[in-house]
Design a protein around this ligand. Structure first.
Ligand code: IVH
Length: 712
């Protein structure tokens, strides 16, 4: 921090801080406060590692505001008090970039990348320059808004949007409100005389979700994606609004630069390190790749992990690492010859909403589903998407015949974001939600405070079908090889009326179904048999489909209770005494077991031998004593499997869970162990990058044995 304070003195000035303090103590205090506030702002917003409380920060901030009010002459162009905005701009003026802000050419395949490298080689004069180095700085392509921030002698002077590349809009005031933008470059002198830092303004996904929730609560329009929200925010004229939205700036290149006495950067990789030193955030997971092949692997990794990034990304960018080589290669009319963007398939697309169907779920919930003209979204063809509920259809004003924006985010079910109003047909009509269940014709009801309509008929065929599908699904018993279509047929012909009926199916009778061969029928029965005999208790609890009881709660219940009887007999008070179980969940569990039909189902499970238990504690009357978690090297550890193991991954997961390990769905810093089999790919690479412990199968089995698992 002292270097920040020191650096604010004009160079060559002889008077010491002590002299100044005697002459003008307010000036010294103002500078000290500004430097401290900026330092804590950087720790909090850029490094995510604050060292003082919000209250302590606010106290310093208020002191500076009061000081500047009393002495307006002390208010500098880089004062942290300007970050809060609070002013209203009349409009945005325009200004030319000193260096054009080029776009990037795109490549969509490995071949196109190789063609790009070949073009680069052709443009390179080997005779004059020697061999072309093929080392590339690679980073994710951020889906935000390009921005240029100009620093003179280390102080932020101006910020311009990309505009058309030649002329941008002046957004200096708005950019000052972005907490991750240094108002003054960090680091010791000498600083560059002029530095045009380019990068992307983005909203992190979590901030976008929170912003939309706030917009909704305030009855304002919501944004269809984080990019639009970031763009809208930056060009906002009400700066107090801009300041209240957590935009971030991630720096990735330079415009014009006059290094002055500062050491120039010769490599893009060095530049990225320098930008961090100056106090900027840079794109996450940037990497230096030493050959075109390595670039391909990097791009694939970013693609496979795009959902784990905190920010929306729509590709990856590869840039020649040597800045002198960049200069020699130069630009075509459109784009640089030294850098290229690998574009990933878009996660949003436009298509026609052909119809709205109402689907009945296992809890009787009626969900409107959009039937769409098939369209590619994020590399997958989407023909149906959720519309959530009646209120959402109305709020988003979606009508049959509209051209709509469809969005996919990770594993989330595709959803309709909203209509493209300019393309709405004149005769379009609002959708009228049915007042009876489309599956059984019985009336529907809405619980107080709920947006969702439900079918109340306990024996509604759609509810039954969905419950059975859930029972065998991944969140249920996870029976692999039992397809939804077959279950639908079995329910339709009334061979199956409850999940228990599944376990009475025989190969012979299944073979009677058209297109069900002996092998398929055998697999079907085997898979159910395996589930019946090996499914752990928490899977069965989750499979029951008790409202508000998801996988996590099921796991907690299976640790606390010996078997389904013990869970059934638990009082509401006992349930509620468990961490994370509130009155609503406790009541839901209680009500489930209070239903005679469900009790009959439990008895049938017991008779059929689908009766997992956990631990050695016997149920003792009404309530059961607290059970201990298994202790061993894997208990409480998080684990994930990748690559090919000698047993199915599901089996390995069951083993791990049986000794108290918790299975995670992706690689993150929270992961304790990644068990990597043969041909492990991107998960392994990411685990190594994050420093996660990687086990091979033998080491995993050893830990299991130490936990008490016996292998034949
Ligand atoms: S480097 C000389 N790196 O994508 C070009 N650009 O489609 C230097 N973008 O206009 C740009 N993420 O606004 C670079 N990691 C990244 C980027 C990135 C997003 C933007 C940039 C550019 C556009 C081209």
């Amino acid at each position: 921090m002292s270097s920040i304070t020191k650096k604010q003195q004009p160079s060559g000035q002889q008077s010491s801080l002590l002299d100044l303090a005697q002459e003008d103590p307010d000036l010294v205090r103002a500078r000290k406060l500004a430097a401290e506030l900026e330092y804590h702002n950087y720790l909090y917003h850029t490094l995510d590692a604050p060292i003082i409380s919000d209250e302590a920060y606010d106290a310093l901030y208020r002191e500076l505001v009061a000081l500047e009010e009393r002495r307006p002459d002390l208010r500098t162009a880089d004062s942290p008090t300007l970050r809060v905005g609070g002013r209203l701009l009349e409009g945005l003026s325009k200004k030319a970039h000193r260096h054009r802000m080029y776009g990037l050419d795109n490549v969509f395949s490995e071949q196109e990348w190789r063609d790009f490298v070949e073009r680069m080689e052709r443009a390179w004069d080997v005779q004059a320059n020697g061999a072309l180095p093929l080392t590339f700085w690679c980073d994710p392509k951020l889906d935000g808004l390009a921005l240029e921030i100009i620093y003179e002698n280390g102080v932020l002077q101006e910020a311009l949007t990309r505009g058309d590349g030649e002329i941008g809009e002046v957004v200096t005031e708005a950019v000052r409100t972005i907490r991750t933008v240094p108002l003054r470059l960090h680091g010791a002198d000498p600083l560059p005389v002029r530095l045009e830092v380019r990068g992307e303004v983005v909203l992190f996904r979590k901030d976008f979700v929170a912003l939309n929730a706030r917009q909704k609560a305030l009855g304002r329009k919501t944004f269809s994606n984080a990019r639009n929200a970031a763009a809208g925010t930056l060009r906002q004229l009400d700066l107090s609004e801009t300041g209240s939205r957590p935009l971030r700036f991630l720096a990735y290149s330079l415009g014009e630069v006059d290094w002055g006495h500062a050491a120039p950067c010769l490599y893009h990789s060095a530049l990225m390190a320098r930008l961090s030193e100056y106090g900027f955030l840079t794109p996450p997971e940037g990497k230096l790749c030493f050959a075109p092949d390595e670039v391909v692997r990097y791009v694939q990794w970013v693609h496979d992990n795009r959902q784990n990034f905190p920010v929306d990304i729509d590709g990856a960018v590869a840039k020649q690492d040597n800045l002198e080589v960049q200069k020699v290669l130069g630009f075509t009319a459109r784009a640089p010859r030294f850098a290229v963007a690998f574009k990933f398939p878009a996660m949003q697309a436009q298509t026609l909403l052909q119809a709205i169907e109402v689907q009945v779920g296992r809890t009787g919930a009626l969900t409107p589903v959009a039937v769409l003209t098939p369209v590619a979204v994020g590399g997958v063809i989407v023909s149906r998407a959720t519309l959530h509920n009646e209120a959402e259809i109305r709020k988003r004003d979606v009508r049959v015949g509209d051209t709509v924006i469809v969005q996919r985010a990770g594993d989330v079910i595709p959803e309709v974001v909203g209509p493209v109003l300019a393309m709405r047909p004149k005769d379009s009509q609002e959708f009228v939600f049915p007042s009876t269940c489309p599956a059984c014709g019985q009336p529907v009801y809405r619980e107080a405070g709920e947006a969702i309509l439900r079918c109340a008929n306990l024996s509604c065929p759609a509810v039954r079908l969905r419950s059975i599908i859930h029972f065998v699904s991944k969140t249920g018993l996870d029976v692999q090889g039992v397809g939804q279509k077959w279950i639908a047929q079995l329910v339709q012909c009334e061979r199956i009326q409850s999940p228990a009926d599944l376990f009475t199916l025989t190969v012979q009778e299944l073979q009677q179904f058209e297109r069900m061969g002996e092998k398929l029928a055998q697999n079907f029965v085997d898979a159910l048999e395996a589930a019946r005999t090996t499914a752990p208790l928490h899977r069965l609890v989750s499979a029951l489909g008790i409202r508000h009881v998801g996988e996590q709660t099921a796991r907690a219940l299976a640790i606390r209770f010996h078997d389904l009887d013990a869970l059934k007999n638990a009082s509401i008070e006992t349930l509620q005494a468990m961490p994370d179980i509130g009155p609503e969940v406790a009541a839901s569990i209680h009500n489930f077991f209070a239903s005679p039909a469900n009790c009959v189902l439990m008895e049938r499970f017991k008779t059929l031998g689908l009766w997992p238990t956990q631990g050695s504690c016997e149920a003792s009357g009404d309530d059961e004593p607290e059970r201990q978690l298994p202790v061993g090297p894997l208990s409480g550890k998080t684990i994930l499997f990748t690559g090919t193991l000698s047993v199915p991954r599901g089996k390995a997961q069951q083993w791990a869970e049986s000794v108290g390990a918790v299975h995670l769905s992706g690689v993150s810093k929270k992961l304790d162990y990644l068990v990597a089999g043969e041909k492990a790919g991107s998960k392994l690479e990411k685990a190594r990058l994050l420093g996660v412990t990687v086990l091979d199968e033998a080491a995993f089995r050893k830990l299991l044995e130490e936990s008490g698992v016996l292998f034949a």
